[in-house]
Design a protein around this ligand. Structure first.
Ligand code: SAH
Ligand code: SF4
Ligand code: F3S
Length: 496
């Protein structure tokens, strides 16, 4: 949006007003990020939520899921209790995602829907946070059309939730505080984790890759890694508490450590250290092929608690498209890495992300994507139609591919992806796999479900006492996205 044409909204505010700016968010500054442990609850905020309820709706990736756990932790520290019912809530926060237009539309639908609850209960605080809050066009639209929103804050100042909430409670005006420059790394934030079996652990924040279609580098700021000891201590503590699995999180975990000290302690060293912690399973996501080094492959090949699943987004199978996407690898380079990994970790499952209909993608270029999927025989893929994100370079390109063609390509792609997903599952028929039991299946209370080390979803019958345990299951039936099995009392062979 042209900033000259924008209204000056600052006159609307008596209190906090700090609006986002995507151009500013694009800048990468040299100054070092501070690692702080200075989070504290202001004296007058302690117990402010006593007897009150909060509800957080989360959209988007695991990073957002984990941010929600931090916000829930903060709200619980000031006395609030979680609820799933809008009518019971005193605060409702929407933790939003900006990755594609349809993700944003969903959130705008929900914002509109919350107006009725606000009318019913004028004391209700409605807040919007997460990646959408980092976009000026979104904030302006909320200011213009959704005056029932009380609070907007971004991804870099979650730790200021108590102060922002206090302002929102006292003020009749909307409170807006979004930082377009990334914040520091704050270590001592409380976390109310969802469940006690699997846990998310941030290892780094932000992204400096600037793929030309992607909004994330603007909404999450520059790459900044947590100190290894902080991560190791957190994983040790989770193991002590009885968690069975951790997933190390970052937009591009392979860039871990580049920004720390002399940059020599990287993801491979971190994984090698975490390998020695007594927690049964360690995952990581997302890894960009760009920084996938040989020593990381060597560490992953050691196995143990490092599970055999690699999510390696390819985006396109055509080198020219990859080039304008700014992915920094060609089709050949991706395939070389893929085969190297497959050789080093023969039992590994591979999943990927693919975008179809990038501006001006030709039928031939799309067929290169299909043939790459055929060659890699992925266990699964998240597939998307390209969605222009205002402020990114790709959004400025003219595009000669119609939506109909893009939709048709997505269908053709999904057909091939599904065929390989089913085939890879069929290879497991009759085998005994290790399953971490997560709970009753979503579809059937009588059935337990969990994932294998390769991240395959398995459903089987068994007593609820097994929830949280690692058990052996024989696969008896295979579907495209899940496996049905039976519990094996004594392990015959554990090969997954
Ligand atoms: N950091 C990860 C990706 C995070 S976003 C990586 O680089 O691998 C998750 C996925 O959303 C991306 O891999 C991409 O496939 C998809 N995506 C991102 N921006 C998009 C856009 N503008 N339109 C459609 N899909 C997009
Ligand atoms: Fe987006 Fe690329 Fe960064 Fe992934 S690596 S978050 S796709 S810019
Ligand atoms: Fe969405 Fe932000 Fe994650 S845009 S995918 S919630 S980093």
């Amino acid at each position: 949006m042209d900033s000259k044409k924008e209204k000056d909204y600052s006159t609307y505010f008596q209190h906090t007003f700090q609006a986002p700016n995507l151009k500013e968010a694009r800048r990468r500054r040299k100054n070092t990020v501070q690692h702080l442990s200075d989070f504290s609850i202001p004296e007058d905020m302690k117990n402010i939520g006593e007897g009150k309820h909060f509800l957080i709706r989360t959209y988007g990736c695991q990073m957002n899921e984990h941010d929600t756990e931090v916000m829930a932790g903060i709200l619980e520290e000031i006395g609030y209790t979680s609820t799933e019912l809008e009518e019971e809530a005193d605060i409702i926060l929407l933790n939003t995602c900006a990755i594609r237009e349809n993700a944003e539309n969903k959130v705008f639908g929900e914002i509109g829907h919350l107006k009725a609850y606000k009318t019913e209960n004028p004391d209700l605080i409605v807040g919007v946070c997460g990646c959408m809050a980092q976009e000026e066009a979104v904030v302006n639209r909320i200011l213009e059309k959704h005056q029932h929103v009380d609070l907007i804050f971004g991804t870099h100042n979650i730790h200021r939730l108590p102060q922002l909430l206090k302002e929102a409670l006292l003020s009749k005006e909307m409170v807006l505080e979004v930082w377009s420059k990334e914040g520091d790394v704050i270590e001592n934030l409380p976390k109310a984790r969802k469940g006690n079996i699997r846990a998310w652990v941030n290892i780094m924040y932000g992204c400096d890759k600037f793929c030309t279609y992607c909004i994330v580098p603007y909404t999450r700021g520059k790459e900044r890694s947590r100190h290894p000891q902080e991560i190791i201590d957190e994983v040790r503590e989770l193991a002590r508490q009885g968690y069975k699995e951790v997933t190390l999180l970052g937009q591009n975990v392979n860039a871990y450590g580049k920004d720390l000290n002399d940059g020599t302690y990287r993801l491979s060293q971190l994984m090698d250290d975490i390998r020695h912690i007594g927690i049964p399973r360690v995952r990581f996501t997302t890894s960009h092929p760009w920084d996938f080094t040989d020593d990381l492959i060597d560490v992953l090949a050691k196995g143990g608690n490092l599970v055999e699943h690699i999510h390696l987004p390819v985006q396109s199978g055509n080198s020219d498209v990859l080039k304008i996407m700014g992915r920094n690898y060609s089709r050949e380079k991706y395939l070389e890495l893929f085969h190297k990994l497959k050789k080093a970790i023969p039992h590994a499952s591979f999943t990927t992300d693919i975008i179809v209909g990038y501006p001006n993608e030709t039928e031939e270029q799309f067929q290169d994507t299909l043939s790459l999927v055929e060659e890699c025989e992925f266990d699964g893929a998240y597939t998307f139609i390209y969605s222009p994100r205002p402020g990114t370079p790709a959004a400025k390109m003219t595009d000669n591919v119609s939506l109909e063609v893009k939709k048709e390509r997505l269908q053709r792609l999904n057909k091939v992806v599904n065929e390989h997903a089913l085939k890879s599952n069929q290879r497991l028929e009759g085998q005994i796999v290790e399953v971490l039991v997560e709970g009753p299946s979503k579809k059937n209370e009588e059935v337990l479900s969990g994932h294998t080390r390769m991240n395959k979803l398995v459903n089987f019958k068994g007593p609820k006492t097994l929830i949280g345990e690692l058990v052996n299951v024989r696969i008896v039936q295979t579907k495209t996205w899940s496996l049905d099995g039976e519990l094996v009392e004594e392990a015959e062979v554990v090969n997954q």
